[in-house]
Write a protein that binds this ligand. Sequence first.
Ligand SMILES: N[C@@H](CCC(=O)N[C@@H](CS)C(=O)NCC(=O)O)C(=O)O
Length: 212
Amino acid sequence: MKVQTKSDVSLHYTRHFNPRVAVAVARYLSAPITYVRASPRDPKYEAEFRLINPNALCPVLLEGTRVTWETDAVACRLSALVGADFWRRGEDTAEMIMWLSWSAHHLNRAAGDLYFHRVSRPTWSDETCDPSVIEQALSEFRTHAAVLDAHLRERSWLLGSQISYADFRVATGLPFADAAGLPLAEFPNVVRWHDRLLEIDAWRAPFEGLPD
Ligand SMILES: N[C@@H](CCC(=O)N[C@@H](CS)C(=O)NCC(=O)O)C(=O)O
């Protein structure tokens, strides 16, 4: 995968759940940007980082004085910058936003809880997680993954025959399925769909060749 750089637009990222999607979008679209590995919650950098994102979270896209944060907004902007239809702008826009909203409030919330408790928190805390929290997140993940599985039964991609940003966003948690213990094998259409995504270099290995 070729890393393109151009100094006046920069994407500030970490290698976690949400910024992974923004980096994958930028690389999929071959956006002419500089990738900047950030540490927004490191006490050494946090105050300075809050000047570009008051939430001290990645991703952030900087273009001169224009600042865009939130993964979906960054994807929208990247798509506009390169003139792509990855962020749909026509008849499909509402359907794409339906999936973005659904994933934020349902599937990725459950997957994100499992990611947080099983992948993220163990890197900075020894505290053991209440098993009922994991059970609840697993139950919610199964409920929502079943909806996705049914939708994908006769479709290659969420909006039909063409890939869109909805596919990347809804799949946010799936690259972490093993580490987060997501019961993906129960949802064969989701597995097939994610296998198709994994054939895309930018999705499979978004950080390849980027600063660690
Ligand atoms: N709602 C935000 C969430 C962003 C977010 O939670 N970012 C996390 C990583 S998943 C972050 O930057 N955490 C601080 C860090 O990784 O140091 C989005 O969709 O972009």
